[in-house]
Design a binder for this molecule. Sequence first.
Ligand SMILES: *[C@@H]1O[C@H](CO)[C@@H](O)[C@H](O)[C@H]1NC(C)=O
Ligand SMILES: *[C@@H]1O[C@H](CO)[C@@H](O)[C@H](O)[C@H]1NC(C)=O
Ligand SMILES: *[C@@H]1O[C@H](CO)[C@@H](O)[C@H](O)[C@H]1NC(C)=O
Ligand SMILES: *[C@@H]1O[C@H](CO)[C@@H](O)[C@H](O)[C@H]1NC(C)=O
Ligand SMILES: *[C@@H]1O[C@H](CO)[C@@H](O)[C@H](O)[C@H]1NC(C)=O
Ligand SMILES: *[C@@H]1O[C@H](CO)[C@@H](O)[C@H](O)[C@H]1NC(C)=O
Ligand SMILES: *[C@@H]1O[C@H](CO)[C@@H](O)[C@H](O)[C@H]1NC(C)=O
Length: 351
Amino acid sequence: MSFIIKYVYVVALATILIFLITVYFAENFKVGRNFLDSSPVTPPGSKYASLDACTFNSRRTGNLMFALAGLLFVAQNTRRNPILPTNIPYGWMDDYFNTSSIQRLPNEFVYDANKTVVLKERFGPFVYDPIFENPHKNSTVESKEIILLCGYFQNYKYVEKIDKKLKMIFTFYNETQSKVQNFIDHHKKTSAKNRSNVATVGIHIRRGDFLIKFHRNRGFAVVDENFINSTVNYFYKLWTAKNVEFILYFIASEDEAWVNSVVKKLNFARALNKAAFVFSTSNGGPFDMCLISMCDGVITSSGSFSWWAGWLANTTTIYFTGYPRKGSALGEGFDRKTYQKPDWIGFPPEI
Ligand SMILES: *[C@@H]1O[C@H](CO)[C@@H](O)[C@H](O)[C@H]1NC(C)=O
Ligand SMILES: *[C@@H]1O[C@H](CO)[C@@H](O)[C@H](O)[C@H]1NC(C)=O
Ligand SMILES: *[C@@H]1O[C@H](CO)[C@@H](O)[C@H](O)[C@H]1NC(C)=O
Ligand SMILES: *[C@@H]1O[C@H](CO)[C@@H](O)[C@H](O)[C@H]1NC(C)=O
Ligand SMILES: *[C@@H]1O[C@H](CO)[C@@H](O)[C@H](O)[C@H]1NC(C)=O
Ligand SMILES: *[C@@H]1O[C@H](CO)[C@@H](O)[C@H](O)[C@H]1NC(C)=O
Ligand SMILES: *[C@@H]1O[C@H](CO)[C@@H](O)[C@H](O)[C@H]1NC(C)=O
């Protein structure tokens, strides 16, 4: 009898012990995994890279996309987890893309001065800075829990190393994609008159704030009539030689009136029944960037919105060589060869 009681006692104890161990591990597993919890409970020794608060100075989508590329570049090179603060002043790119794969942690955690070190871009907004290849060369930087990046990272050399990751994140919402597809299909039926072999060109003409004197003085520049005429003609010649029957030029611009006055003047537009210009009017930034990214050819102008529209399209792309203006403050140290994707075509040609 006493043997059986002892036996039951031991089994009961063992069961309780196993139960406690299971609960312990389950809890820890949950805590370790549950990154999206608001509390920054993370595996011990985790290190992070994030964007310094300096990034959030009312920059818009194209600029934020470059900043995110810079962050992923550094995170990959240092094997740190890329994170973003929960509250981003002036907004993020949520209208364009779902970036939920990047963990968000409370601002008090991300910007705790005792745990962070700020790494600043050294040579200006367009210039590749090799310091970001291996920030851990500096042992002070390496020892810090969080590296915060302060800069613009507007350079293809950051982007090319992480292009697969970026392509996944920079995927437009299905809703945007299907709206754009309907728009294209509609114009193939109407503007392109149901022709069978129709090619599309996405054109983004940046003007707006780039015309403000202060910005122009710093080196911002906009395209002129000759740029539009020549690049439009470039695609026309390229594709009619390849038996394209009709070309649809989709135009996105903050200054539709100006672009319209230009294309009306081009003898090209009047003379041909093989092409049409279609404005994307009041469809919003995400629609416009998505539209350009879905075209067979791209004409960009100046600025980061154009740049990313071209990058996303990943096809024959023409860019404006007058931006930033040579000899300007913004153009200092500028190296076109690393700013643009190497297969893009510059216009006007640089001597
Ligand atoms: C973004 O993606 C996540 C994970 O796939 C999903 O849970 C979430 O609902 C998405 N958000 C939006 C706005 O689509
Ligand atoms: C940060 O460090 C300073 C001194 O280096 C210390 O006085 C302060 O309490 C620390 N703050 C936190 C939140 O740990
Ligand atoms: C290492 O990084 C720290 C923090 O940014 C900086 O103060 C220091 O000058 C750096 N050391 C070298 C050798 O660059
Ligand atoms: C661009 O297209 C090429 C094939 O033409 C492909 O190899 C490459 O992965 C694409 N890049 C991106 C970023 O989509
Ligand atoms: C979006 O469309 C793709 C392909 O059609 C599909 O695989 C995916 O599940 C869709 N996503 C959502 C959130 O509906
Ligand atoms: C194009 O074809 C559709 C049917 O596919 C027809 O409804 C439409 O009228 C045609 N449009 C033109 C301009 O011929
Ligand atoms: C446009 O370019 C063509 C040659 O490509 C030229 O003949 C024509 O005069 C130009 N028109 C304007 C308005 O610049």
